[in-house]
Write a protein that binds this ligand. Structure first.
Ligand SMILES: Nc1nc2c(ncn2[C@@H]2O[C@H](COP(=O)(O)OP(=O)(O)OP(=O)(O)O)[C@@H](O)[C@H]2O)c(=O)[nH]1
Ligand SMILES: [Mg+2]
Length: 361
């Protein structure tokens, strides 16, 4: 087999195969095969299969062109007929898969809309493949996902709740690679869209790459984001340098300096192995999503207000991320300091009248 280390046209592949007489793959076909082996979920399988059939279709079209120009391609007698038949089958299959994909996209969109209505905030993890997105997801959401030292371990989207923050969802998804062929980009478009439309997007970069690789991967990722400008807003980006356990502080300083040149927010460095930086990242996420924490005082039940203080505290645990809980000496009040969405809090407070007051924001 011959592997061509670039994205070729179908014409080039067919010509090469004709000359060499052995199977020839370009980068697209190699990636597609890698994806086929690693696709586990229904969603990923569907996307990969569609991309594979689309690539096959363009090869078949090229073969048909050659035949029309009168070349014999070893299909033997009735070759043209067989090719036409196969093309019809592939076309039908593509149409079926596209219909399925559209149906799934519609229900995905519905789910996203429902999330927005319930004022749940979302965080997308994006970055070059193998940067450490799934590891960070697992460290912060506590939900096990596939982590491997290889390209494209993750092909499907996993959504998990950020720990201790009931109303924040994190989205782990496929990574980027340079020159991602358009058939693959199209196939994974809805997957990538899921991350890019989040309230906050963590751009994950691998500290353990040498500087040249670091810059190359960062630029590839930024280029992909630039290409999705209509979905994506750079203000929602937070850069995260990960695998900090593998590098010296000097190297980290150099990486901070590089990132500064790209006009990105000051990064945070983390390690999913020794867990350093995770708390700082969580705090940054919360303050970027909610602004300053708010302190509220909860008073004991009265004739007019029947909720027990403990019940209110329990409710607040479901609404936001509680930082502190103190019993005030005066008035038997409990003071809770928490990060919470403004509209969620005001809706809750309006139900509780003046049994709860905001003491500080
Ligand atoms: N030392 C160290 N290794 C890490 C860290 N984070 C991830 N890794 C390793 O880096 C490799 C890739 O990690 P993943 O979390 O699978 O990366 P990913 O970005 O999800 O990769 P894809 O899904 O393949 O795009 C694995 O071997 C991880 O164990 C880290 O903070 N420190
Ligand atoms: Mg992954």
């Amino acid at each position: 087999m011959v592997l061509v280390h670039t994205n070729t046209t179908s014409r080039q592949l067919v010509e090469l195969n004709k000359i060499l007489g052995i199977e020839c793959w370009d980068r697209v076909r190699l990636l597609l095969n890698l994806f086929t082996n690693q696709a586990n979920s229904v969603e990923a399988k569907l996307q990969v299969k569609l991309a594979m059939l689309q690539a096959d279709r363009s090869i078949m079209r090229e073969l048909a062109n050659l035949q029309n120009r009168g070349e014999r391609l070893g299909w033997g007698a009735g070759g043209r007929h067989a090719l036409e038949n196969n093309m019809k089958i592939v076309e039908r299959e593509i149409a079926t898969l596209q219909r399925k994909k559209r149906r799934r996209e519609i229900s995905e969109n519905e789910r996203r809309k429902r999330r927005i209505k319930t004022s749940v905030k979302t965080i997308g993890l994006i970055g070059y493949t193998n940067a450490g997105k799934s590891s960070l997801f697992q460290s912060m959401a506590g939900k096990p996902v596939l982590i491997e030292n290889q390209l494209f371990s993750t092909l499907e989207t996993t959504i998990g709740r950020m720990q201790k923050s009931p109303r924040i969802l994190m989205v782990d998804t496929i990574g980027f690679v340079d020159n991602l062929p358009s058939v693959l980009l199209d196939a994974f478009n809805s997957t990538i869209k899921e991350s890019l439309t989040c309230d906050l997007i963590l751009l994950i970069i691998d500290a353990n790459d040498n500087k040249i690789e670091f810059i190359r991967k960062l630029e590839t990722t930024l280029r992909e984001l630039e290409a999705q400008k209509e979905l994506f807003d750079f203000n929602r980006l937070q850069t995260v340098i990960t695998k900090s356990d593998l590098v010296t502080n000097n190297k980290l300083d150099d990486l901070y300096e590089i990132i500064e040149k790209y006009d990105l927010t000051t990064p945070i460095h983390t390690s999913s192995i020794d867990k350093s930086g995770i708390i700082k990242l969580r705090t940054t996420i919360l303050s970027r999503l909610y602004g300053n924490p708010v302190s509220i005082d909860i008073f004991p039940a009265t004739e007019n207000f029947h909720s027990a203080q403990s019940a209110i505290v329990a409710n607040l645990h479901n609404l936001g991320h509680i930082i502190d809980e103190t019993k005030l000496d005066t008035l038997d009040a409990i003071r809770i300091t928490l990060w919470v969405d403004d509209s969620v809090l005001s809706r809750y407070l309006s139900k509780k009248g003046n049994q709860i007051i905001i003491s500080e924001k």
